[in-house]
Design a binder for this molecule. Sequence first.
Ligand code: ZN
Ligand code: ZN
Length: 478
Amino acid sequence: MKGRKFYVDVMQDSAEVTGSFIPCIVKIDDQTIKFAVDCGMYQEKGYEEQNQNFPVIPENVEFVILTHNHVDHNGRLPYLVREGFRGRILTTEVTKRILGRALRDNAKVISDTSKRKNKQVLYDTQDVSNTMALVEGYGYNYPVRVNDNITVTFIPNGHLIGAACVLVQIHCPGESKDINLFFTGDYNSKNMFFKVPPVRKWITELPLTIVTESTYGNMDSSQIQKCFRKNILQALKQKKTIIIPVFSLGRAQEILYVLREMKHKYPSYFNEVPIYYDGKLSFYYTKKYFELMDEGLVHFYFHKKAFIPEDMKYVEIDEGACRDDIVKDWKCKIIVTTSGMGSYGPAQTYIPAFIGKPNALIHFTGYCAEGTFGHTLKAAPQGSIVEIGGSKTIKRAEVEYTNEFTAHAKADELLKFLKKFKNPQFIMVNHGESQTKDIFADRILQEVGVENVGILGREYFYRVDQNGFVKSLTSKFL
Ligand SMILES: [Zn+2]
Ligand SMILES: [Zn+2]
């Protein structure tokens, strides 16, 4: 049959790590179906303006698939709705349960920053409510028929509770072979809290075009240095105040769990050392963990609340845990607080209060983007003057960093995952710094056994059919 059209164009609205938005345009003869995977915010410095532009007209998008509840993947959904999108938003049931609060919190952050910079807000809480009305939650490994031509399946993923890889199967009447797209989303093969089952055989045996993330595509897991426990024990020995900035979802709960374990293993170090936990959004997610466990929607390795250190105090909730008093107290203590990069939440109070004190340790536990407290402190030599939160101080506290808790698979782990697929036809690399995407693409070519690897960015989009790669085209939205 000559001249039949059956293909999908896969684009990427993001140049590097944040702002994940992958519009896909399906052509089946004269029919066009537009959908997108994720709709996140740009957070990299200088990319903010990009948040206002979509490479597709929002009202023409039929549905959006959301891989997980991180702002660089979900943060622009309400803006898409504000700009005219009225379709379905498909995600996992767990992500659906925590999404509303995440988006409302983000609306608040946007409103605060917009006011400060005298700019128009991207969206407000009404847009968030309109967005939530479109969200549908599904279980894992259950193919969801979206329309006559498209089926979507969510696949377990260790990146975060509720996170999924996504299989999109596109069917064309009269054609025996489907186009199968597999999106890793942000991916991790393991999680501290739950078991990640392997991808089902029926999926690993499909001919696939894969879109893979590459955040740590330039680093193998053997290069990760574990120092967190050692640093904390040493600071406890020296009777320091220990401030641990954490991301409110995932990292916060992991750090609490690690502290509980350490307390059991080294009780003498923790003797009479109070542990404080501070951050409203973080409290909310921790409570959600309990609820989701109760409902049987998540299955953790341990029983309810068994990841919270005994005697831990919730700041501004529990007695004897007043933030102003904690800041003034000079005794040895541990404060686990948001935000992870230090610039928002109660960390904004703790970090400036302790950065000038030699008897303090500030231990970051994740990636710190340019412009955040975490990044500023990393760049400043010990004893130098730092300007943080509007005041100048000499950096006297010890400041440490670790990437051992990252929620992303490293290059070797990602390659191991990609090799599980028996019939990969074409692989596209996204979600990584430009150089990292390049390095990882080369490793895929050498180790996975595909003929072509595409680099998803703003320069090219890729046409894919039942047999994989067809051609790359220069993006119109450059
Ligand atoms: Zn993520
Ligand atoms: Zn991400």
